[in-house]
Design a binder for this molecule. Structure first.
Ligand SMILES: [Zn+2]
Length: 164
């Protein structure tokens, strides 16, 4: 990650490095321990199963809409709404699998990530990983975060909000 290092913080700046700010580090560790004790870091597998099932159900409903009612305007619009919902929901679901945050073993997270992004969204998991690692290294930093690396007009609807 050396290419992402742009400098060191001055000693008086807040820092998470234990050698630079022990009080802040201790508070953070206490907060993390509390969060883990409350069980907030444990994923509910039933929730994610139902999440995946509702995506598959909406996908089947969209295709059945066209199969049964044909491709006239109303079935077409209904199908478009259903498939748009599927794509949005699958996008967030693959994000959780891509962050390896659902299962305790990375193998199951990778398998489900490949299934959701590869088969439901039609994109390679390796591409998402490559882009998303950069996004989290420099979140929402114009020209460094690929998620917003587009013309300022499309990113922020104007130049005012798209400065570094
Ligand atoms: Zn993320």
């Amino acid at each position: 990650m050396n290419s992402l290092l742009i400098g060191e913080l001055s000693p008086e700046q807040p820092s998470f490095e234990p050698t630079k700010n022990k009080e802040l580090t201790d508070e953070f560790r206490e907060l993390r321990a509390t969060v883990e004790q409350m069980g907030l870091m444990k994923a509910n597998h039933v929730f994610f199963l139902l999440y995946l099932l509702h995506i598959l159900l909406l996908d089947v409903a969209a295709w059945l809409t066209l199969w049964v009612f044909g491709t006239s305007f109303v079935p077409f619009v209904l199908c478009a709404v259903l498939l748009s919902t599927v794509q949005a929901q699958a996008g967030w679901l693959q994000h959780d699998f891509g962050h390896l945050s659902v299962f305790s073993t990375s193998r199951w997270n990778h398998m489900l990530h490949h299934f959701v992004i590869g088969h439901l969204k039609g994109a390679p998991a390796s591409w998402w990983n490559h882009m998303h690692f950069q996004h989290h290294a420099k979140p929402n930093c114009f020209r460094k975060d690929p998620d917003i690396n587009m013309h300022p007009f499309f990113f922020a609807l104007g130049k005012i909000l798209s400065v570094e």
